[in-house]
Design a protein around this ligand. Sequence first.
Ligand SMILES: Nc1ncnc2c1ncn2[C@@H]1O[C@H](COP(=O)(O)OP(=O)(O)OP(=O)(O)O)[C@@H](O)[C@H]1O
Length: 434
Amino acid sequence: MGPITLAFLLAALAWAVVAGAHVRERHPVWFWYLTGYPATAVRVVRTWRKVAQLNDLAVSPRPSRGLVGDLVVKGEALRPVAPRISFPRATRAGLSVEVRLHPGQTPGPFIAAADALAHAWRVHAVRVTSPERGRVSLVATAGDPLQRPGLAHAPAVLLSALIGILESGGAWVMNLRQVPHWLIVGATQSGKSTLLARLVVKLAPQPVALVGIDCKGGMELGLFEPRLSALTTCRKEAVAVLGALVAEMQVRMEICRFEGVRSIWELPDKLRPVPVVVLVDELAELYLSDGTRESKAEAEKCSVHLLRIAQLGAALGLHLVVAGQRVGSDLGPGVTALRAQLSGRICHRVNDPGTAEMTLGDLNKDAVTVAQSITSEEKGVAVCTGADGGWGRARSHLTTVEDARKIAAACMHLTPELLGVRRALLMAGVGEAT
Ligand SMILES: Nc1ncnc2c1ncn2[C@@H]1O[C@H](COP(=O)(O)OP(=O)(O)OP(=O)(O)O)[C@@H](O)[C@H]1O
């Protein structure tokens, strides 16, 4: 090979590397379709039999017991047969494979083998679902789509907020009409307040009353004060406001009973009271006690009021969104009962495995494992539950403090007056001052 040919080949190679990096950077979906997908599809087809055998996904068509003369012989077949798979179908972020189960097989072993499949196929993750009986769908995502998430879109619906993007590429929506109460958990700097800010920004233009309970002196929710119908910055005020909301709930119950309906949504428009979303930043602050009788009584009142709102509020248009670093029973009596009522769950990075277990364990064990693997670099990444009872990894769209403040100020004129709550807040303030 002459020096000119060699130089040409080296230049071509350098161009391929540079152009490859450029295409990958600028057009990741095309890069995946043209290079990643064909290689991965071949890998899936080539390794399927072996991976299935190693992970107990292959079965023997013969029973594991047989008769040899008068003897019953028990044993594993030497060559179990892997279930049939479709040819991998390319998706924007990875590929999907349909598996036809052998009679007697269930999706369970496939869910357990998801990690092994991801390693064998060299993809970021494999999610297993069963869209119909006898079939399993394996959806592989090539890279972590939450590393550089795009923008998701969702229609604007009352009491619904587009929070961010799901790992599947879909919109991550918190819909309070479908799931009335939410628990948001995460270690410090994991993204809780940013998520609350996102929720406020999306609810602010809607005909909804927002009540902030921020016993960290109002440092987080204070930014949105112009759009809040009430803001409490200490527990004494929180007790007063929560008590007033419980009283408001009782009035709404009376109206519903009088009109013969079971929820405010069945009332005629002119009678329907405004929905109220209560945002609590740092739940633990409401349960802390310094041992004095007064502080124990305050904590107990908070706990009872929150529980009543969580139990009865959904039909009466009162919704709770509670954020905190921990939600263990060690916070105080009533926390476990409250947690059970907050059916929407969002778990960011946590400090200890137990917290992820407490947040998601009663819903799905696999979700706990995924939440425990969120690293400190993955800010705003969380495992969230969906309205259909499923769960997934997701990332909130970043809402800066400045954006949140601007939108809250711009929507100030939409802030509904909650007279009972305002009065209770004023009285708590006066009581404290005297
Ligand atoms: N979705 C996101 N994308 C990118 N960065 C994010 C995202 N969410 C949060 N962050 C960044 O992570 C940092 C911590 O976020 P945030 O203040 O919301 O955490 P936190 O859990 O409320 O912490 P703390 O409990 O200490 O208040 C901020 O710098 C924020 O900009």
